[in-house]
Design a protein around this ligand. Sequence first.
Ligand SMILES: Cc1cc2nc3c(=O)[nH]c(=O)nc-3n(C[C@H](O)[C@H](O)[C@H](O)COP(=O)(O)OP(=O)(O)OC[C@H]3O[C@@H](n4cnc5c(N)ncnc54)[C@H](O)[C@@H]3O)c2cc1C
Length: 595
Amino acid sequence: MAFRSATWRGTYFLYHQTQYVVMAKPYSAVNLNLVAQQSQTYDAIVIGSGISGGWAAKELCEKGLQTLVLERGRNVEHIKDYPTAMTPPWELKHRNRLTHEVAEANPIVSKCYAFGESTEHFFVKDNEHPYVQEKPFDWIRGYQVGGKSLMWARMTQRWSNHDFEANAKDGFGADWPIRYDDIAPWYAHVERFAGISGNKDGLPQLPDGEFLPPFEMNCVEKDFKENLARAFPGRHLIHGRQANLSVPHMGRGHCQARNLCHRGCPFSGYFSSNSATLPAATATGNMTLRPHSVVHSIIYDETLGRATGVRVVDAQTKEMTEFYAQIIFVNASTVNTTLILLNSTSNRFPNGLGNDHEVLGHYLMAHNYRARLFAEVEGYEGDYYYGRRPGGPYLVRFRNFGDDHHPDFVRGYSYSFSAFRGQGMVTEEDEPIGAAFKEKMSRPGPWRVGLTGMGECLPYYDNKITLSPDQTDDWGMPLVVFDGEWKDNEDRMTQDILDEGEAMLEAGGFKNIRRIDNQQAMGLDIHEMGTARMGRDPETSMLNAFNQIHSVPNVFVTDGSCMASTACQNPSITYMALTARAADHAVNGLKARNL
Ligand SMILES: Cc1cc2nc3c(=O)[nH]c(=O)nc-3n(C[C@H](O)[C@H](O)[C@H](O)COP(=O)(O)OP(=O)(O)OC[C@H]3O[C@@H](n4cnc5c(N)ncnc54)[C@H](O)[C@@H]3O)c2cc1C
């Protein structure tokens, strides 16, 4: 049922605001404040317009709530603001390479494979938004309407019940307050709208979803799939599950297999806030999108015992404004969400909103992408493939699942795999010039394969973020201090990812296998999670089963900060599902007037 939003909004506004101002102000001030406050008052506020914020906006607007979306970055209009989407390499000044100047000025973000001449306008530059690294953490960000949904790699796998039970079963971490059955309908809900290509594989550790047809594997990948299954029964190479449209879907065009997604897609061929959720929210007429709005903190009213709004610094003028709403969704991305909560202090919450038990900021997690393997492929010279398919096959978790128990570490890992042919010119030394160069470029090079592990990381109390006591950014926000590192479990798992990866590549018949532990720090995976985790016990967690702050239930936190463990699947589809589920709960709570 859709609300008539004007009536809905008016009733709630008067109900709560009257209680509030009558207690707090003399009569003449009441009228003035009511008028000023009313124009700044919405049913819901969403902080951040990236993957999770876009979903919050869509769901809340579609359910009839007047929703203000506050985004710290500039507006990025779908298609219009993708300046390089159709630019061929020869029209890019540096042929899509980073100059030394840019790389040196950005030692952190330039480590990210997707940061290049054609995409740099979507990434936060190191010197514009500094932070403190007590221990190394590569914090990769996108501050604009759409957030990182513009640049993500779109791999999307559901979690299984095994993942939601893991903390309770092995005792590392707080028990999740939900199980797979709680979230399964919401995975389906978001998959149907986002458009996920994939195959139904019937694996208990990786539940199937509502899929569009998968992108095809090439001949080397197909053969590896078979060889793997023969050599290692129970190990599965499956089609990647991917938020790229293999067929037209809900008004969006299908993926053209250009593999230029990080520039923004003019065909709407991949899921982003800009191409999908924000247009849906706009279509309702209920969304107000306010770019250049840096949320400084959440306002907590001690008399009412609830959050009443947010303080916003205008990114350009630096002026502070306040906005009010009945419910607030915090979707600024893991670390920024926790920054906002830590910065939201009051007499009731001197250590940050809802932070009664020193949980906020702790249990920072990431995915361990340190282990990489490469190999050469013999044969297949007569075979090629058409187009540049997005993503690639996925090698499903087998470790510490079912009857498998590794003696040295808990939890598991998965791999992404791909086989590809480059161009004829393969090494710098090999580089000819003139006609020889052209001739070599026009011939396909040898086949190669790559295998990248994605390992689960445990939640450790002392992996944390805090706020700098004395350093602030240009908008008056304290700088974030990172203090997290891989520990023994992750180190031992890395070895196993390499050992098993090598064994599997050997079984595939590949040659000259190279294995690398690149020792990359936390953060470069761009799957930062935790720091405001969900849980059953308010003493050991921040959020309940519907992502509400235990002690401030009209504040919902549904981005990666809510995660109580990481599993070894890409995380964003889970943020989307949790967000849609929480939005549904919020609206039901408002209807029932118990929120
Ligand atoms: C290159 C790359 C590849 C990736 N690949 C994958 C993948 O394959 N699969 C996967 O699951 N995930 C992937 N990710 C991660 C994925 O992008 C994130 O998990 C996801 O975007 C997180 O969604 P979010 O809403 O929490 O944050 P974001 O999408 O980052 O959005 C947060 C928004 O909040 C805004 N904001 C921040 N602070 C404030 C403030 N104080 N006030 C107002 N607004 C604020 C930001 O500007 C931003 O727009 C990848 C990321 C990158 C960069």
